[in-house]
Write a protein that binds this ligand. Structure first.
Ligand code: ASP
Length: 579
């Protein structure tokens, strides 16, 4: 036997047993006539001890062992005199009698311990060393557990895992595709899937009823902390269901994961229409762990001669409890915050409801305390509170205030990182108008069904007002997944493509296979896809999905360990017909 136990396994009850362990040297230290080695493997750390008096040759050999050497050690389990309560094996040590170096190691470029001295770049370059650290190990184990538990739940509900192809066809909708040149079909390209959307719908046409896949997807987008060019989805689709069947099924998945992975019983999944989310939170992925909802002030604040408000489409505000004593500097910081391009407001108006009951605002010139009283009343503000107001174009102003709300939530410590508050956002708009290209885009994707009652509006009315039968699962302000009931009728799908500005020919060219399939008995169906990396990150309490992916790419989309992307040889290019 190569080893009898792992490095995380032995306890006081094993004392006296002869064991063999194998692993990496984490630390090597001398104390008088003794040499101690912390031996590490995936399961933990066990202390090895060598005694100069008992076996000088072996002890000398042990002293030569460098960090990250791979060794095998045989000896007897003994109770430690100096116990370490912080590790499960801390009561024992191994008095080594036999030692074998399985492989030496260079001195690692950074220390492989919980607190490492390695910078980001260095750790990415030596990712296999970084992955030896507890933090990364913990994240990957969490990911594994969530994958297993997702599979358990979905299998228990009769979902079957089916693989769909990675080499597919490029379509102009959605994000940019990664493309792969075809050697056998010179001048032609495959695309890597942005999602298995059309395939999973075809599986419904094929009668598989309930499909899922934990699947890699590829999108050639600019990267942010929560984006990777390749990422993983839990992709699901089901037949003969309406929206509520789908939401209930996947609420079940979320509950199962909360329970089995985090040991938490999260039961409340409110459903909030998109419009309400935008109105109350200025976001389609509201963080509902705290209140501070948005209130409209048009009727109270227009017509008092303040031109900015009089000209604004929308005036909205929030109350920050207990902040009336904010200093000039603090208020300036908030103004700078809302003016950042990512937030996009032009200025910030405040009303201080002072602890002594007096009222002071940044627009005192235009509003008397009497004018401002009703404003404080709609907010149910108390002395000591601060009201923050933004005005301008309706959509932009709402989302800017949504940004300020989050900022205030953080500043005031209203957001408890240990609490999970999921919700479904439903009834998204079906289409989004793009000024630049002067056309509609599907807010979700072109296969999303409009709400039944909005179909006449889509056919004859204002397409902007049509609501989709689409939904997102949001947890703590992060969009964890999204899906929709699908169109399963060829005529409606054709109408949708028309609204998206496709000619019949273009639609047939790109999605003919799907529309044809709809002529062979497509069942009513719908589904959802969850961003698995994000979900794991939220459960792990992390900030970046990169920390929960074994081999992630950096901000420039590069893998610095294998140095990719990279050039290819002239010969390869020739073969592929690329100049
Ligand atoms: N395919 C969609 C996406 O990737 C999800 C879905 O509609 O099921 O966002």
């Amino acid at each position: 036997m190569f080893r009898t136990h792992t490095c995380g396994e032995l306890r006081l009850s094993d004392s006296g047993n002869n064991v063999t362990l194998a692993g990496w040297v984490q630390r090597n230290r001398e104390m008088g006539g003794l040499t101690f080695i912390d031996l590490r493997d995936r399961y933990g750390i066990t202390q090895l001890v060598f005694n100069m008096e008992v076996n000088p040759d072996l002890c000398k050999e042990a002293r030569e062992l460098g960090r990250e050497f791979v060794i095998q050690a045989t000896g007897r389990v003994a109770e430690r005199s100096n116990k370490n309560p912080t590790i499960p094996t801390g009561d024992i040590e191994i008095r080594v009698e036999k030692l074998e170096v399985l492989n030496p190691s260079q001195i690692p470029p950074f220390t492989i311990e919980d607190h490492t001295d390695g910078g980001e770049e260095q750790r990415m370059r030596y990712r296999y060393l970084d992955l030896r650290r507890n933090e990364n190990k913990k994240n990957l184990l969490l990911r594994h557990k969530m994958a297993i538990e997702s599979r358990n739940y979905l299998a228990s509900k009769d979902f079957i895992e089916i693989e769909t192809p990675y080499l597919i066809k490029s379509t102009p909708e959605g994000a940019r595709d990664f493309v792969v040149p075809s050697r056998m079909n010179e001048g032609q390209f495959y695309a890597l899937p942005q999602s298995p959307q059309t395939f999973k719908q075809l599986l419904m046409v094929a009668g598989y009823d309930r499909y899922y896949q934990i699947v890699r997807c590829f999108r050639d987008e600019d990267l942010r902390a929560d984006r990777q060019p390749e990422f993983t989805q839990i992709d699901c689709e089901m037949s003969f269901v309406d929206r509520d069947d789908i939401l209930n099924t996947f609420e079940g998945l979320a509950k199962h994961l909360f329970h089995s992975v985090l040991g938490m019983d999260v039961t409340d999944f409110p459903r909030m229409p998109y419009e309400e989310a935008m109105k109350l939170y200025g976001s389609d992925k509201p963080d509902i762990r705290f209140g501070m909802t948005i209130t409209e002030l048009n009727s109270l604040m227009k017509g008092k001669g303040f031109p900015v408000f009089d000209q604004a489409e929308l005036i909205v505000g929030i109350t920050a409890e207990g902040c009336a004593e904010y200093t000039r500097k603090q208020l300036d910081e908030l103004t700078d915050f809302v003016r950042r391009p990512q937030v996009g407001a032009t200025g910030l108006v405040y009303v201080k409801y002072n602890p002594d009951g007096s009222i002071k605002s940044s627009v005192d010139k235009f509003y008397t305390p009497e004018d401002l009283k009703p404003v404080l009343e709609v907010f149910q503000a108390h002395p000591g509170d601060l009201v923050l107001i933004l005005a301008g174009d309706a959509d932009k102003t709402r989302s800017a205030l949504g940004g300020l709300r989050l900022e205030m939530g953080k500043r005031l410590n209203l957001i408890d990182p240990k609490v999970f508050k999921p919700l479904w956002v439903i009834d998204f708009p079906l289409l989004e108008w793009d000024e630049e290209t002067q056309r509609f885009y599907a807010k979700h994707h072109p296969f999303t069904a409009p709400k039944q009652e909005d179909i006449p509006q889509l056919m004859f009315g204002d397409a902007k007002k049509v609501r989709a039968n689409a939904y997102d699962l949001v947890i703590n302000g992060v969009e964890i997944g999204g899906g929709s009931v699908r169109i399963h009728d060829k005529a409606l799908q054709q109408l949708m493509f028309q609204k998206l500005g496709f000619t019949d020919e273009e639609a047939a060219n790109q999605f003919g296979f799907l529309m044809n399939a709809f002529e062979y008995g497509a069942p009513p169906h719908g589904g959802i896809a969850f961003g698995f990396d994000r979900w794991v990150t939220i459960f792990g309490g992390g900030n970046s999905i990169r920390d929960f992916i074994a081999f992630p790419k950096n901000n420039a989309g590069r893998d610095v360990m294998i140095d990719s992307p990279s050039e290819i040889s002239e010969e390869q290019k020739k073969e592929l017909g690329i100049k």
